[in-house]
Design a protein. Structure first.
Length: 173
């Protein structure tokens, strides 16, 4: 297979950084196992912008495509297995194979659609609706990562998330 020699399996421990803020992202990653998060620093506070679990891509897409320094950090939230490919190797595949050029376009389209679908995070809907949307899109995520990352992702404090979860639990009983 043309791409096989270009793939690299990378194992990360909880807390390891895959993409470092202010450094150029040189690899595109597919999450085979585990959970990653992307975050920005705003006034010294970490703001989770993406939570990526199995069968998703986890990278600084803008940095990777433009080969400029990343404005985000991508970090493992638990043990993670990634399948990566370098920027140079991906571009070599695109040049050598119309099939891989098409694969690249399809992946880019899927990433764009995922970005558009995650626009709910920045919409004016209630925090409860954002939490319920996250549960619908990724049902098991809340049992696998610390809740303060979930709170950051939906834009609330951990205390507010706790109240939302309690309210939802009370409605179910």
């Amino acid at each position: 297979m043309l791409c096989e020699s270009f793939l690299e399996v990378v194992h990360l421990k909880k807390g390891d950084v895959f993409v470092e803020r202010a450094k150029t992202c040189r690899k595109f990653a597919f999450v085979a196992d585990g959970i990653m998060r992307a975050f920005t620093l705003i006034e010294g506070n970490e703001n989770t912008t993406c939570i990526c679990s199995e069968n998703a891509f986890a990278t600084s897409t803008l940095s990777f495509i433009t080969q400029t320094p990343s404005d985000i950090t991508v970090q493992a939230l638990n043990r993670v297995c990634l399948v990566t490919m370098s920027h140079d190797h991906i571009n070599k595949l695109y040049k050598e194979s119309p099939f891989w050029d098409t694969v690249g376009r399809v992946v880019a389209e899927k990433e764009f659609v995922a970005l558009q679908q995650s626009a709910w995070r920045n919409s004016p809907i209630s925090a409860e609706s954002k939490y319920l949307t996250l549960l619908k899109e990724n049902p098991g995520i809340v049992n696998r990562i610390p809740l303060h990352f979930i709170a950051s992702y939906i834009g609330v404090t951990p205390e507010t998330l706790s109240r939302i979860r309690k309210k939802i639990t009370m409605r179910k009983s």
